[in-house]
Design a protein around this ligand. Structure first.
Ligand SMILES: *Cc1c(COP(=O)(O)O)cnc(C)c1O
Length: 221
């Protein structure tokens, strides 16, 4: 299947749902990204700053770039001028650094808190309690150059679809809890980033607003 065909397929899958398609282009060439771009895909996600920056520089400027991988504080400055959204905020100190660099660029950067929903030990993120405490803290509003737009999560890599569904449900209900209980200028809960090539269908059914699809669009890495 061509990239164009794969994109058509996913655009069909998300039609009349809450989900938007985020094309995960990590490890793939700028040629392949351009092919997707020419098929009218304008939102891409990368997981490494070192790979994202050269792609940003080489490719058309009307692309919005999302970061979905672990971000080190000392790399924030390289993406602050252009990044559309950071899905992988996993420490409060990282959020402070994003705020600082965004201020230097006179921008407000949209961020998602990455929440640990899987049973595997290897996945990054906050637990629900930590994430809630951070947003609820009275100092949080001082971060004027970031906006928390929602949450991101990765389900356990398993064949057990019931478990995956349960993990997505838990992320959705945490999202609702924050949305209903915490009202601050720099929090605007609209996004739930969940679902990848293997589990996007369940994620859409459970209310995902961003499915992050890599291999099912671009082929295996
Ligand atoms: C690589 C990656 C994806 C996409 O994975 P595929 O299985 O290729 O669709 C989604 N989310 C994150 C955080 C990733 O690192």
């Amino acid at each position: 299947m061509s990239i164009q065909n794969n994109l058509d397929y996913f655009n069909q899958q998300i039609k009349n749902t809450s989900a938007k398609l985020l094309a995960v282009s990590k490890t793939h060439s700028t040629e392949k990204i351009l092919e997707a771009y020419q098929a009218n895909c304008k939102i891409f996600a990368e997981n490494r700053v070192q790979e994202l920056v050269p792609k940003y520089e080489a490719l058309p400027k009307d692309i919005s770039w999302h970061l979905i991988g672990t971000l080190q504080s000392n790399k924030v400055k390289y993406i602050a001028p252009f990044i559309s959204m950071i899905h992988s905020i996993d420490k409060f100190s990282l959020l402070e650094e994003v705020n600082k660099q965004a201020k230097k660029c006179d921008r407000i950067i949209d961020c998602l808190l990455q929440i640990y929903i899987a049973e595997e030990e290897t996945k990054f993120g906050f637990d629900f309690e930590e994430a809630y405490q951070i947003l609820d803290n009275h100092n949080f509003e001082n971060l004027e150059n970031i906006c928390i737009k929602g949450v991101m999560g990765m389900a356990t890599f398993t064949e057990n679809t019931q478990q995956i569904r349960q993990e997505f449900k838990s992320l959705k209900s945490f999202f609702e809890k924050v949305k209903n209980n915490i009202h601050k200028k720099n929090i605007n809960m609209t996004e739930i980033s969940m679902g990848m090539s293997s589990d996007y269908q369940i994620a859409i059914e459970e209310g995902s607003t961003y499915i992050r699809v890599g291999s099912a669009i671009f082929g295996n890495r």
